[in-house]
Design a protein. Sequence first.
Length: 508
Amino acid sequence: MTEFSQLGLSAPTLQAVADTGYTVATPIQAEAIPIALAGRDVLGIAQTGTGKTAAFTLPMIDRLAAGRSKARMPRSLVIAPTRELADQVALSFEKYSKGQKLTWALLIGGVSFGDQETKLDRGVDVLIATPGRLLDHFERGKLLLTGVQIMVVDEADRMLDMGFIPDIERIFKLTPPKKQTLFFSATMPPEITRLTKQFLNDPVRIEVAKPATTAETISQHIIRIPAADPAVKRLALRAVITAEEIKNAIVFCNRKSDVDIVAKSLKKHGLDAAPIHGDLDQQTRMRTLEAFRRGELRLLVASDVAARGLDIPDVSHVLNYDVPHHADDYVHRIGRTGRAGKSGRSVMIVSPADGRSLDKVLKLIGKAPDELKLDVDWSEAKERADTRPRRPERRGRSERSYGRPASETSVAAMEPLQAKPAPEAKEEPPAAPREPRPQAETRHRSEPRPEAQPRSENRPRHESRPRHEAKPRADAKPASDDLGPNVKGFGADVPAFLARAIPVSAED
């Protein structure tokens, strides 16, 4: 166990850390801070919730405070994949730099350029940004990165997932080659490894935990429900919230549409809940997160946009309304609780349709979570789910419902199609029968023009007519049979609409 006072940090920084209530450093902080203070590049591999933000923020503050600022040119750059994570880094910097004369700017999308440009014009020591907005300001000519001395890339594997690697490469090339780089990632896929080899200078590799593993401080549980119906899942979620001693919790859904539905359902039943996902505007997302951080909001219903990197202290529970499709997402979701050595609790709702996704999660974490039993009468909810109209099981083209719910009319319409005899052609005496043209005057388009060349003797037998050509060509290829008057292959079962006489107008 290492205390912050043993890591070589300055007195003002140690005082700022003490004011937050922390005295003991996490493993990633204990190993990364002394190396970063020495000016070495760091390659940190640690799962979410291990304190990576402080591991690069604290030494960066000390190094910047000891140097001199250049006019209007940032000396440090922090790149984060999401707006929420960048905002969290800005809050950490503001908290730990208290008492230091350092300025910073947060460059994220969803807010106006005006305030950000005002800060850039005044000059800042630290830029905290998402890749897209940073490059937007650069292309507008509002900032230069040639004075960057320290560059931090946080959640690099998340950058890869979101397609930001080309932007990161471009940003690296806009900064000086001689700089300190602090690079953090939960996993090391090949593309991230290539990036570190290209841009890091003899980094010290720090790996404090096996990637994609759950923290020992989190007790994991599952609840099995009898049906996958959304109403049954929402009933189970409310029962969990009632049964558990929840101080505050994050509820994770796989789809953004479900986030809104679940949050609305919880509020309808008198529970304090609010949604957060990528379709909400940035101001709403920031207000919701801030209310949750301050304890004014008890339940935060979120999509995976909030699953990584958010350092929200003292989250007592993580509730998985859906089993995640990707097992790694389960690790990142429950990593929102049990942080910094504190205990946490996670509960996942499992329906009969979640077998494959659950197997992936169990294989990744290497253990089976404890199963909880709820005091809920499932019979009424299951009966309601069973009687709800559903899409019929697909067994062939004749039984497709095309997304329509089953009903009396649709069920009848989905009976297997039976072969029906063709309706007999009715003899309707024409009012003014048109005399058919003589055969000589009626020429099908597949028949030859008078000037066409005669059929070659070596033409294939199945082509009984020469090709219709605008101009005769000696090297013309035979055309395929286009079902002229002598149609073959139908036998005696010619549909009535083909057997009916079709009048031909003079324009034809």
